[in-house]
Design a protein around this ligand. Structure first.
Ligand code: FA5
Length: 345
């Protein structure tokens, strides 16, 4: 029996050494030390031994059990440490590897144009105003001398929410709102924002685009003030070289009215698909505020006068950066947008 016990001990110790993970160790523990294992069996058989042999064998079996248990615990500690080391090895970071580049974002070309124009006008003493994109028919049309049924409404067909609310077709309703708010006080504002129209999308038209409205009201404001202001805008955005023209136009809320064109960046004025073979691209509408509009907002048109303009922000960005299709601004194509990294200032 002693012999048998020694053999069992050797076997168990060998298997403990051979076990390569915690699960295998547990299998060895169950097989040798478990309730149905040979060591327990031997202990159970002690009753059959003579009283002299019993304590000796008892001590031997206990010694074997203790030795196997001690070895088991030692192996558990070793394998646990090994597992932790392996885990650490897997998770280790090689600080010498080249880092992943974080792609640097930049402002959208339209945002930059709007900010540049804002800067120019703020430097001339203008305030920045805002108005809602979902607008009342009253402010979008009626307060601007465009009563219901006026034929000029057709030029700015839009998306109606209800009979009386719509997506604004231009930023001009901010004129009416500001005049109402200022109650006869002088005004000098610009208002950038999104506008919406039922226009067919093409190289220079979009159903949603940006305008920047300008409004100046005070005593003795003249057409020459408007011209000088637009001239300063054109010089700031395009430099002195680009050709500019003002031509007579019609808006129900200004009298007289003008439109400003810039010579086409693509063909230099010869005519191409971008400028619809005219050599010019229209960038804004403007004029002297119509007396009816002043009166409707509570201003005395005999005492004060004013000028207003509405700039197409996309058209400015197209001319400034040589973009030949307005749709590039809205597709979020990073190949297009990343070109503006270099010129970020
Ligand atoms: C207006 O919207 C007037 N509210 C401008 C104005 C303001 C006149 C104050 C007088 C006083 P118009 O419809 O022409 O005018 O548009 C102004 C500018 O917006 C155009 O010159 C053009 O640059 C731009 N624009 C017009 N329609 C579109 C479109 N579908 N897509 C992109 N830009 C457009």
């Amino acid at each position: 029996m002693e012999q048998q016990l020694k053999q069992l001990e050797q076997e168990a110790l060998a298997k403990l050494q051979a076990a390569s993970n915690l699960k295998e160790l547990n299998d060895v523990r169950v097989a040798y030390l478990g309730k149905k294992g040979p060591i327990t069996d031997l202990l159970k058989g002690m009753g059959k031994l003579s009283p002299e042999e019993r304590p000796k064998m008892g001590a031997l079996v206990n010694a074997v059990r203790e030795n196997v248990t001690a070895q088991l615990e030692e192996r558990i500690t070793i394998l646990e440490e090994q597992a932790i080391l392996e885990q650490l090895e897997k998770e280790s970071i090689d600080v010498t590897l080249p880092g992943r580049k974080v792609r640097q974002g930049n402002r959208h070309p339209l945002t930059r144009v709007v900010e540049e124009i804002e800067d120019l006008f703020v430097s001339m003493g203008y305030e920045i105003a805002e108005g809602p994109e979902v607008e009342k028919d009253y402010y979008n049309f009626e307060a601007l001398n465009l009563p219901k049924g006026h034929p000029a409404r057709d030029m700015q067909d839009t998306f109606y929410i209800t009979e009386e609310t719509l997506l604004r077709t231009h930023t001009s309703p901010v004129q009416a709102r500001t005049m109402e708010l200022k109650k006869g006080e002088p005004i000098r504002i610009i208002c950038p924002g999104k506008v919406f129209r039922r226009d067919n999308d093409d190289a220079t038209h979009s159903h949603q685009f940006m305008q920047i409205e300008g409004l100046v009201i005070g005593e003795n404001i003249r057409m020459s003030d408007l011209k000088g202001t637009l001239d300063a805008l054109a010089k700031k955005m395009f430099g002195d070289d680009r050709e500019i023209r003002l031509r007579p136009s019609f808006f129900p809320f200004t009298e007289p009215s003008v439109e400003m064109d810039i010579s086409c960046f693509k063909c230099g004025g010869k005519g191409c698909n971008v400028c619809k073979h005219t050599g010019w691209i229209e960038i804004l509408g403007a004029g002297m505020v119509h007396p009816n509009v002043l009166e409707m907002a509570g201003y005395d048109s005999k005492k004060v006068s004013g000028f207003a303009f509405g700039i197409g922000a996309e058209r400015i960005a197209m001319l400034k950066y040589g973009v030949d299709d307005i749709r590039h601004f809205y597709t979020n194509d990073s190949r297009f947008l990343s070109q503006f990294h270099r010129t970020e200032g």
